[in-house]
Design a protein. Sequence first.
Length: 382
Amino acid sequence: MWERVGVILRKEFIQTLSNPRMRFLLFLPPVLQLVVFGYAVTLDVDHARIAWMDMDNTPQSRALLAKFEGSGRFDIVATPRSEQDVQRVLDASDAHAVVRVLPGFARDLARGRSTEVQILVDGTNSNTASLVSSYAASVIASFSAEEGPKPQGFGAAAATSGRIPMTAGLVTPRSRVWFNPDLRSRNYFVPGVAANILMMITLMLTGQAIIREKEVGTMEQLMVTPMRPIELMLGKTLPFALVGMIDLLIITGAALLLFRIPFRGNFLLLLICAVPFLMTSLGAGLFLSTVSQTQQQANMMSFFFTTPAFMLSGFTFPIRNMPVVVQYLTYLNPLRYFMEIVRGVFLKGVGIEILWPKMLALAVYGVVILGLSALRFRKTLD
């Protein structure tokens, strides 16, 4: 049996590597996705553009301006003088926010009264608006602690078109971020690329490899040989399982060397968890080969698998922010479990004692999907 499987393996590797299109699909997409998500796709706001409107024009208000400029997070791009100027700046998206120091700012500080700084935030992009509000609140809280007549605390969070009161307080919140101290979105996205690549490469190429035999007319030749369906299935799926593991190695190496993504877990555990996930994607590829007659049909059908799996995996959109019904639907998505495993191994360094429920779910899905697809594949051959 294994001798016949080995013959199919050698044939598949030779046929795949001799095709320029297939070589392109094997290795270039992982590199392109890694570069795109590593460099281009980011939710960080390193330099927020703000407009400064000083209605007090005192040394204290200019000290607050210097605090914003010295934080390294803000770039002053405009100095509006009227409400019409403020409206124009926000309408044209010239600035993420407008910071407005109200009249009497210095007087209230000197007398120890509560005073306010108004921040008008462009809420078109909710993520950017939230970060800019948080950054501004932090700067104003720091200024309040330094310039107030007694220890100052920051009372209320910034909000769109809201006011930030500078009030006295004795409780100072101090936070510490675990696993991703710099809050870099790159650390969040890049490990997830490994899961997406592993699914897309193995699913698409497995289906195409079998359908290609149908298109060129060699499937009938294989069926009249002494080779059994299980041997043909293994010979067609194992090469792309190996390609998927190689792509996982490439992405992991690039994440560590190129993007400096922290890897705190056990790499062997990551490889072990990749095996049941590969079973699900290979099984989906086998299913595609039974419902498609051409490679173009297989490519189109793959979108019915990859797009919902991608959207419901938590790769970009947090699952807890989804409607409750959709959250339950994500439990049917194997990519969700592998995504959580990859990020847990990379960023948290967790082990089997934490990941075993997700590993068990992946194993169940892998056995069921690959088993049912193999039965349908065999019935199609018969």
